[in-house]
Design a protein. Sequence first.
Length: 525
Amino acid sequence: MIIENYMYIPKKIKSLDIDKKRPPLFLKKLPVRIVIPVALTIILFILTIFLLIIPLLEKNMMDGKREGIMHLTENAWSTLNLFYEKARDGEISHKTAKKQAIGHLQQLRYGPELKDYFWINDMTPNMIMHPYRLDLVGQDVSNFKDPAGKRLFFEMVKIVKTQGAGYVDYLWQWKGDSKKIVPKISYVKEFQPWGWVIGTGIYVEDVREEISAITQKLTYTCSGIMVLFLMLSGYIIWQGTKAEKERINAMEQSSLREKQLLQADKMASLGILVAGVAHEINNPATSLMLNATNLKKAWQSFTPVLDEYYMENKDAVVCSMPYAELRKRIDLMLKALEDGVARIKKIISELKDFSRTTEADMDNEIDINLVVKKSLDLTHSILKKATNHLSVDYEDELPKISGNSQKLQQVIINLLVNASQALENPEQSIHVQTSQTPGSHFIVIEVSDSGPGVLPKNLKKMKDPFFTTKRDDGGTGLGLSISEKIVNDHKGILEFISEFGNGLTVKILLPSSRQDTIVKKDGIQ
């Protein structure tokens, strides 16, 4: 990320992003209830042709071709067996039988151009006969590889050893053209009496050409049908466009306002509830603080008397415990009581500040580190349950920013809660960091988690209103949308970085109020 690209142009960047996502005007005018049936009809028609009929036709053609080369290989095998039986019956020698069998199969051709052929190799494998690759005849082809590195003849021998016969796919020259390499599927079968492997194959290119010709014809036919259908559909759509557009716009505006008001009402109610709870807790907390202080003073007054008594009665115990140990424990308990009450008072104060209704004053000088600390205090219990590995890194002497601390605190709390909810177990971590980008005037707040991350398709939608992956858990999808608006109101940028499976990092970039500030490693100058 190059921070200079963001210098004081967040509104411009946002407008460009919106323009990219905004659909063309004529699409917005189309009535959905008319367009959807038309679009679905066209889509189903196209999908049926190109995803069902043509693939099924291609599969059937390929299955037919595969079955064809299997039968051809079986016939060639029968030819070898015929010569073998002549030699076995003494009509000719085995050497002559093999020679005649090779000569017969070498001349056999089939296919549309009569260029498809048979070949023979043994189990070594050595090439015994190949009509087009005479350079391989008599050679050891066990390490012969196709352009993809496949030891095709070795694979053929392996298949016939384990199955007796089978299919092998590889890359091979186009019939007699050694410069043209194409995919090929062959069927091979062992002729056990002579230890031979006989095979023949089909070129996938042939099947593709046939499919291409059929696809072209279907495309022309379908295009004509769709043109007529679209003309009729366009007339129907045009009739209902204006009224439907107005109705949809009214519904969208109404829905948006309703959800925004609902969310605002929930936030207001939550603020009232928090303020009320904080007030109710404040009274007993104040009493605890006063009593803890008085109790400590009383204890400090008692201890000289007790010390004097127990100096004379060293064996005396209190609550089954020696006095010296009890005295130390009571000091620790009183100190813990004072610290606990102080923490309660601090949290109550922060809750009151957070829930207090304030004017939208954006000119206050804000200490970002202090805002982050208060946000962490308010979410302490949530974060403590979510992770055992919470780390915070504050950069010292950050310049202040102009804005509204309460609104920024709302954003940070939202990000912290989202991070805690993203974790799958307490061993995953959350890291919070504040910093200033070198050479710029932006303050950066980062909230990172090591959860499962976000899918790329969802990462682009995270700031969209009402988008949420927690709909079933009561999510409204307004949290990040509202957070982005607050950040934009502070002339900042809200940025999401995630690689699915490796967590999510959210960055808030805010311009500092001192534009002449330069940050260096040794501090602010």
